[in-house]
Write a protein that binds this ligand. Structure first.
Ligand code: ZN
Length: 333
């Protein structure tokens, strides 16, 4: 089998649905493909695209050998378009929205006939970022897409799409797999042995997100960071020193993310819900923090983390924000 086609085990059911629709010649022209982060929405859309474009498609997907598949593999298929937020090459900044001009170009492409006599496929990645004008420009095309045209909007937040868009598309979703299936798959993919239950707990059960954790700096720093939270609360270390040290090591979002996860678990321990904590390997540290914190303090710190998140997203002085957060751990009594 060509490397062109690898479906993840938990995507099979959704794949079967598309298979059956195509076999019955009742494939919709417009889809919304949704699911949580880490189930492989984009990867799935790519497999579907190659399979639609392929000249000898089978139940396994694209053949990997025909002219269409060769063009696909060379990333130069003339009947495929990917629409997503544009990243400025000079500044490296990514646009917050998908703009109306981009949609107009897509509509133009979809109004022409296919160059290879097969399907024309358009993928709109992170479709929740279509701005209102862009979304409105798409409506007519979603409704009247020509024969052999498939438009697939991918999103982790389907409710952010305009109702007028949603009502014109068939809904497809990729669900998070059963824990046993996710664990079995992870076992075959991990570079080293890491507790798969822990990885999945920290990833809302989404296997690809769980797999990515093995290389995530914040995941590797979790224990040291939790220990530092305890140290600062016990006044064994200076809050500012610890803050600056982490500021050098991790991105501010990652520090916040790790702290928030620890605080959520501290709260659970405080509420006698030890079995429900996510960082099960850190229970001793988390219990120690719970012992010297009140529920009110934990809630206040969580709120401070949330506020810091929003401010960091708005590019407010991150070092200062994190200093304040660490100081609050030291001064909580
Ligand atoms: Zn092919």
């Amino acid at each position: 089998m060509s490397h062109l086609f690898t479906l993840y085990p938990w995507q099979q059911q959704t794949w079967q649905l598309l298979q059956q629709s195509r076999a019955r010649q009742s494939l919709a022209h417009a889809f919304i493909l949704s699911g949580v982060h880490g189930v492989g929405l984009f990867e799935f859309s790519q497999q579907v695209s190659a399979w639609l474009l392929c000249h000898q498609p089978s139940e396994q997907g694209a053949c990997g050998a025909c002219k269409s598949c060769q063009l696909w593999l060379a990333q130069s298929h003339p009947d495929y378009r990917l629409l997503e937020q544009i990243t400025d090459e000079k500044t490296g900044k990514t646009s917050q929205v998908i703009k109306v001009d981009q949609v107009r170009q897509l509509v133009e492409f979809l109004n022409k006939s296919a160059q290879l006599n097969g399907y024309r496929v358009a993928i709109i990645h992170r479709a929740e970022n279509l701005n209102v004008n862009a979304a409105n420009s798409l409506l007519k095309t979603l409704e009247e897409a020509g024969a052999n045209t498939v438009i697939m909007l991918i999103t982790e937040q389907p409710l952010m799409l305009l109702p007028t868009i949603r009502s014109r598309c068939q809904q497809l979703s990729l669900a998070v797999p059963e824990k046993a299936q996710a664990q079995a798959w992870l076992q075959t993919q991990l570079k080293t042995s890491i507790d798969t239950e822990l990885l999945l707990a920290l990833s809302e059960g989404a296997p690809l997100a769980a797999l990515a954790l093995q290389d995530a700096p914040w995941f590797l720093a979790r224990k040291a960071l939790a220990q530092n939270m305890l140290d600062v609360m016990q006044k064994k270390h200076s809050a500012l020193q610890i803050s600056q040290q982490w500021h050098k090591q991790l991105k501010p979002e990652d520090v916040l993310n790790a702290i928030q996860l620890v605080l959520a678990d501290v709260l659970l321990v405080k509420l006698n819900q030890n079995h429900a904590i996510k960082n099960s390997d850190l229970l001793p540290i988390i219990s120690a923090i719970a012992n010297i914190s009140s529920i009110t303090q934990i809630l206040a710190q969580q709120q401070q983390c949330l506020n810091a998140y929003h401010l960091i997203a708005a590019n407010i002085q991150t070092a200062l924000l994190l200093d304040n957060l660490w100081l609050s751990f030291a001064n909580k009594r």
